[in-house]
Design a protein around this ligand. Structure first.
Ligand SMILES: [Zn+2]
Length: 419
């Protein structure tokens, strides 16, 4: 009995002593902007100008400079196969959903994965980055057994006609009638080529597509052995339009790394197509695989813009906290551009991190400023874009010694419990 009492006293002593020595006992949590009183030095004119540019594409490119926080984004899709009552101008639905459409998606992914160097301009050294984009076919809550693949028979709306008096490629009627969950899923309509077109002597099987809002219409799949790579390139091209990419052969696409050119489909012996021709995804050429840093920046900028409809097509990976995978900041860093993070940020001793623009932090995730680290809020909105509470800014020394601000900042959606 005496031994047991002695043991208990020891445990109590150890517990009290350990608590007293625990560095965590000195931590404080910032959950509101009013807790930060220290003002950082004002910026010179050049710094201030660059800070305001939250929309610059460079901030959204999956480049090595952004690799610390960059994560792959997944676009939700579903497919609708549109048949007329004869149903002989598209591949059978069973084949379509079990093999051909998954193959198309696989090929589209391969094209991203193996994106080549740009052909133009000649001698360019434009970097090649992994696009960090994937497609996922998803079921609807209302029709889960269809698993995201739907067949419709409709003699009025089954056809894709991109030439002549009955041209309907720009019409949204098929989308309005059959789209499912198009506020959160990219609906893809695979449509029949009109029988009159197929019967025409001059008709040549080809695929065509168009992006309309957050949906895509594609024609074809008539051949017995469709050329998957062509459909996949059309598909990537049209989804590129949805996420803000413009045709790249002219000067109006907002990118310096996509030069103006004559938009040749393939190389020939006649000018202007007798030299190297474009291989860019957003031109009309027989390769359509290259995608530039600027184009990727525009693509991901659309995803991180909370005002866009396109963002709602993306799987909200930033709403799932990854507690064991923090972003560790070990050198002075300034983040500009909107970000959606699923991870903690740890600012190490001797390091200053400056953050600007909008950053969504996952539920319970924290920004942790280690002793000797410094955080500058520089025109940032810190929040949680999932309707949840994030963990706030944890500091291990007096707040005024390690967190300061300049400009207008806000800290929203934090838990209110103090550490
Ligand atoms: Zn186009």
């Amino acid at each position: 009995m005496k031994d047991l009492q002695y043991f208990n006293i020891c445990i109590l002593f150890i517990a009290v002593f350990s608590f007293g020595c625990n560095p965590k006992s000195k931590t404080q949590l910032i959950t509101d902007i009013s807790q930060i009183t220290a003002v950082s030095k004002q910026l010179d004119a050049n710094e201030a100008k660059s800070l305001n540019n939250c929309g610059a594409w460079e901030n959204y490119t999956p480049s090595p400079e952004n690799s610390l926080w960059f994560e792959e984004e997944h676009i939700r899709l579903n497919f609708h196969a549109m048949y007329d009552s004869k149903g002989d101008l598209l591949l059978p639905f069973d084949h379509m959903k079990s093999m051909w459409l998954p193959m198309l998606i696989d090929n589209a992914h391969q094209r991203f994965k193996n994106a080549p160097q740009m052909n133009l301009p000649e001698g360019n050294n434009t970097p090649v980055y992994s696009p960090m984009i994937k497609y996922v076919v998803v079921a609807s809550d209302t029709l889960p057994e269809a698993k995201g693949y739907y067949a419709h028979i409709d003699d009025d709306l089954a056809y894709y006609i991109n030439k002549g008096k009955d041209k309907n490629n720009y019409k949204k009627d098929v989308i309005k009638k059959y789209a499912i969950d198009d506020d959160s899923i990219l609906n893809v309509f695979v449509m029949e080529v009109h029988p009159d077109s197929v019967a025409s002597k001059t008709y040549k099987q080809h695929n065509a597509g168009i992006a309309l809002g957050t949906s895509v219409k594609i024609s074809g799949f008539y051949e017995e052995d469709p050329k998957w790579w062509e459909y996949a390139s059309t598909f990537n091209h049209e989804v590129g339009h949805i996420f803000g990419l413009k045709h790249a052969w002219n000067k109006y696409d907002g990118c310096e790394d996509t030069p103006v050119h004559p938009n040749c489909f393939q190389r020939s012996s006649k000018p202007p197509c007798d030299g190297p021709i474009s291989n860019n995804l957003m031109d009309y050429n027989n390769e359509r695989r290259a995608i530039t840093p600027c184009q990727l920046g525009i693509y991901h900028r659309t995803i991180h813009n909370i005002e866009t409809k396109q963002r709602r097509l993306i799987v909200e990976r930033w709403c799932t906290y990854q507690p064991n995978n923090p972003i560790i900041i070990t050198e002075d860093t300034h983040w500009i551009g909107d970000k959606d993070l699923s991870r903690d940020i740890i600012i190490e001793d001797g390091t200053t991190m400056t953050i600007s623009c909008r950053i969504s932090m996952a539920e319970s995730a924290k920004i942790i400023v280690k002793k000797g680290g410094h955080l500058i809020l520089d025109g940032v909105r810190l929040h949680n874009d999932c309707g949840q509470k994030w963990g706030g800014i944890e500091v291990q020394q007096p707040i005024s010694d390690c967190v300061s601000y300049r400009g207008t900042n806000s800290i929203e959606n934090t838990i209110t419990t103090k550490v």
